[in-house]
Design a protein around this ligand. Structure first.
Ligand SMILES: [Ca+2]
Ligand SMILES: [Ca+2]
Ligand SMILES: [Ca+2]
Length: 355
């Protein structure tokens, strides 16, 4: 018995020594645009600043916490990283960004698109080219299915303005849930302006409380609106998924939520040909207001390296497709997508590697 224990223990050490977390380890920046869940996901408290809000976002989505943060309206973003390079494996998806998208029964398949609550975020990736462990290198957009859509605006920018002191609400005469239709004014770089409405369901401030400036400007690409009002009278808004290449756009268990580093492009649209990535940035990519359900905002619950089990299997002298390895002290939960299956038994965690 003792001998078996020692063998197991040395295997355990070998596994731990080589183990990299499949989950993101750090949030580097959290900067949501104004929105109906801002100051609540995560919760702002008096005295918070950009760094404490970053830490709250990290507590929510790093490791395998699976809490949730909102990115607010168009342009709001989060920047996070892994503790290793996620490799770009040829012909395979490489990572997934977890959101809270779901399909609804009323949102029928339409031109390959499922409807429900799909709030696509554009994903950018970065390779730590200078090797300093910091996200100070070039960024590359993952060119999702709408990258070449003629209605996608690639040079978009929006400025949001904090409501003035003494601002008076303009309640909707038609939709009671809209208690202030002139709440957060915005102006884009294509001569359009408008407002984010305040909703009766969410009455906390929508402009990030820890931001001291009276306006916030975001830049990026704007995807075409993805909503339809199926009722025709403003009571049933359905948000349709785009085919592939975005965050919070398909349910986390749907393979089309997975992302391929090979989709990364340079600013001129040519392939970036990255060997892998260390850092990821996601921002809300549609700029739309859907009546009583308010503005569309991407939500993030974490991200997972889909290849991380490779490092675990390599730690064994003779890995086999159906080998089961036991590791203690690793926090995981099921199910992971792709080919890793995780079982929990007491305080043991088993990684089952399958093809
Ligand atoms: Ca790949
Ligand atoms: Ca760097
Ligand atoms: Ca969402």
């Amino acid at each position: 018995m003792k001998k078996i224990f020692i063998i197991h223990y040395s295997l355990f050490l070998a596994l731990v020594a080589s183990a990299q977390s499949p989950f993101i380890s750090r949030v580097w920046e959290y900067c949501p645009a104004p929105g109906q869940f801002v100051n609540e996901l995560p919760a702002y408290e008096l005295g918070d600043d950009a760094n404490t809000m970053r830490l709250k976002a990290e507590e929510a989505i790093a490791d395998d916490q699976r809490g949730m943060i909102t990115l607010g309206g168009w342009g709001g973003y989060v920047l996070f990283g892994f503790d290793h390079m996620v490799p770009n494996i040829a012909d395979q998806n490489d990572f997934i960004v977890l959101g809270n998208a779901f399909y609804s029964a009323s949102g029928e398949e339409e031109e390959g698109r499922r409807g429900g609550s799909c709030e696509p975020g554009i994903v950018l990736v970065s390779y730590d080219a200078n090797g300093n462990g910091q996200p100070d290198d070039a960024w590359y957009e993952l060119a999702g299915s709408e990258y070449a859509n003629k209605s996608t605006i690639h040079d978009y920018a929006v400025t949001y303005f904090r409501p003035a002191i003494g601002h008076e609400a303009t309640p909707s005469q038609v939709t009671p849930a809209l208690i202030d239709t002139t709440y957060i004014r915005w102006q884009d770089n294509h001569s359009a302006m408008g407002y984010l409405s305040q909703l009766s369901f969410h009455t906390q401030p929508y402009f990030p409380e820890w931001i001291e400036l009276d306006s916030m400007t975001f830049t990026g690409a704007r995807l075409p609106d993805n909503y339809r009002d199926l009722s025709g009278n403003g009571t049933n808004y359905v948000l349709y998924s785009y085919p592939w290449g975005y965050a919070d756009n398909h349910p986390n268990t749907d393979q089309r939520a997975e992302l391929d580093i090979n989709w990364a492009v340079c600013d001129d649209g040519t392939p970036a040909n990255l060997p892998g990535i260390h850092f990821v940035k996601v921002y809300t990519a549609v700029h739309q207001q859907c009546g009583w359900i308010g503005e569309t905002s991407t939500e993030i619950m974490g991200a997972i390296d889909l290849h991380c089990h490779t490092a675990v299997s390599n730690a064994s002298a003779e890995p086999t497709e159906k080998a089961i390895y036991t590791i203690t002290g690793v926090r995981v939960s099921e199910p992971l997508p792709h080919s890793v299956y995780i079982l929990r038994e007491g305080n043991r965690v088993e990684l089952k590697i399958q093809k």
